[in-house]
Write a protein that binds this ligand. Structure first.
Ligand SMILES: [Zn+2]
Length: 332
């Protein structure tokens, strides 16, 4: 399921049609917005044996972004990570290293990639390498990979995917064409849910929990348990931000502060709550207050993601700030 990213998809479609591809692309942006799905669709379009599907502007459930059929041996192989000419590397997909024991993409796999690159692709067709979570390459692996980036060979396309571009070597970034992906606007997610004829309240809740991430939305629609879990998480965020139960909020902060993914999710949920409050503000002072808090939340996220600040202290201070000020704003 792909929602949004119209401009990026259009661009890739054009370079594909005109056969003017760069040898390597870097897809970067937040997690669960569709970067890997688009990378796989692009690989399918290059290797599809049919290419009979007209490209649909109405994406939604459609899996064909670039005219790939989605059914031939190549498309099915890529979907299941089983096409021998589409090599995928990330935490779960390895070439030769033992995936159970590793936390990063080791040099061993990059050396294997180099060996594969020295052989011509089967049938003179395209070969695609997808390095998902590219920031997880070890320093050694990244250095070895640089050489491959310089000379990937004919008919070979490299697609790097990351949600932490700041952790990549600048030398790697400068050798790729970078394509930025962003969170998908609520209006687009809401429009998709409207077509599914979901009631307004349900749409509102799903938009709030998905936080602009179609991948999260997909899980919520498929898995009721996941939805229940997410509701619980959102209620936890609301404890401090909306209900003002500071001790309970601090306990939650203690629990989530050490987990990078959870704390970003927490901040994003808090921002969703603040955004909703901003829209409902009935005085300029209240609107200004929530706008400032939103800005603070954004600043806090950047600080936590890029510096060594203590995340728990940041979250505590932020929640206290929202609470003390929101009471004052309410009385104005
Ligand atoms: Zn196909």
């Amino acid at each position: 399921m792909i929602l949004g990213h119209e401009r990026q998809i259009k661009y890739l479609e054009t370079v594909l049609k005109k056969n003017r591809m760069a040898h390597a692309y870097l897809f970067y942006g937040p997690e669960h917005v569709g970067k890997l799905t688009i990378a796989k669709s692009f690989a399918k379009a290059l290797r599809c044996q049919k290419k009979i599907i007209p490209i649909s502007r109405d994406r939604g459930e459609s899996v064909s972004l670039f005219g790939e059929c989605g059914e031939c041996v190549s498309c099915a192989g890529i979907e299941n990570d089983a096409d021998p000419e589409v090599l995928r590397l990330d935490a779960l997909h390895t070439l030769i290293s033992e995936k159970e024991t590793r936390k990063e993409i080791p040099i061993k796999d990059i050396r294997e990639l180099k060996r594969i690159f020295s052989l011509a692709p089967l049938g003179n067709a395209w070969r695609v390498v997808i390095i998902n979570e590219a920031e997880k390459m070890s320093a050694e692996a990244a250095n070895a990979f640089l050489k491959l980036l310089e000379e990937p060979g004919a008919q070979t396309l490299i697609l790097l995917v990351t949600s932490s571009r700041e952790l990549l070597f600048s030398t790697i970034m400068s050798r790729t064409q970078q394509i930025q992906f962003s969170l998908v606007p609520h209006a687009e997610i809401n429009g998709f849910l409207e077509k599914k004829r979901l009631p307004a309240e349900e749409r509102k809740e799903l938009c709030r929990i998905a936080r602009g991430r179609p991948g999260v939305l997909h899980t919520l629609l498929e898995d009721k348990d996941a939805l229940a879990e997410e509701r619980k998480f959102l209620a936890g965020v609301s404890t401090g931000i909306e209900e003002g139960d500071i001790p309970a909020a601090f306990r939650i902060h203690e629990h989530i502060a050490s987990d990078p993914e959870l704390r970003v999710k927490y901040i994003e949920c808090a921002m969703e709550i603040l955004r909703a409050k901003l829209l409902l503000a009935n005085t300029p002072e209240t609107a200004l207050f929530f706008a400032k808090k939103l800005k603070n939340a954004l600043r806090m996220r950047t600080l936590i993601e890029t510096t060594n600040v203590n995340p728990r202290l940041c979250l505590d201070a932020f929640t206290l700030g929202v609470q003390s000020g929101s009471k004052a704003a309410a009385y104005k």
